[in-house]
Design a protein around this ligand. Structure first.
Ligand code: COA
Length: 163
């Protein structure tokens, strides 16, 4: 599997939006308006992974780019970086795509002076919690009714080395 990691451009918007809708339930997935806002934040970054082996068969954009396997959006205000979302398409899960996106993102954040990364994740998402724990994030507290006014979130943090 040849995974290409690169920065987001406007042409990726439709694919990013569609993938986020598939990854999260209604009300938690971002609206187009929110997603556009996040992608235009001056301190925001989005890195995406496209599958170079899945070109050609899926129409013009993918013929050029490869199918979208995943993306990560962060916002930074050094020394703190915040991961807003990490989405990996179901058919690409458990193949290290999320790990690659997080690693690339951490490298960039560290190079710009970030020494601590924060993420919120639903207490009901065993997969999310396993993923973040596996990558060195520690739960530092619970944010009551963080999602949809009813589902709690863990606030998780991780220190990273200055680049
Ligand atoms: C969480 C998510 C991003 C993981 O992406 P991924 O590309 O499948 O993750 P990786 O393949 O890099 O997995 C790395 C490690 O995370 C843990 N992990 C990932 N998926 C897991 C699962 N379903 N069950 C248990 N542990 C899991 C494992 O420790 C895994 O290592 P291993 O495969 O060697 O056991 C993906 O499942 C996803 O997009 N889910 C829906 C959206 C979401 O919940 N995002 C996170 C909150 S913002």
């Amino acid at each position: 599997m040849e995974m290409e990691l690169r920065d987001y451009t406007e042409e990726d918007f439709a694919d990013i939006y569609a993938l986020d809708q598939r990854c999260f339930p209604p009300g938690i997935a971002y609206s187009k308006r929110m997603l556009r806002y996040f992608l235009r934040m001056p301190q925001g970054r989005c890195i995406l992974a496209r599958d170079g082996d899945a070109r050609a068969s899926n129409g013009e954009a993918r013929a050029r780019d490869g199918a979208l396997a995943g993306f990560i959006i962060t916002e930074e205000g050094p020394p703190v970086g915040h991961i807003l979302t990490l989405d990996v398409a179901e058919e690409y899960r458990r193949r290290g795509v999320g790990t690659q996106l997080l690693a690339r993102s951490e490298e960039g954040l560290a190079s710009r002076g970030v020494t601590e990364i924060v993420i919120e994740t639903s207490v009901e998402s065993a997969v999310g919690v396993a993923f973040w724990h596996g990558h060195g994030f520690l739960s530092v507290g619970v944010l009551p009714r963080y999602y949809l006014g009813k589902i709690d979130a863990y606030e998780m943090r991780k220190k990273i080395a200055r680049a």
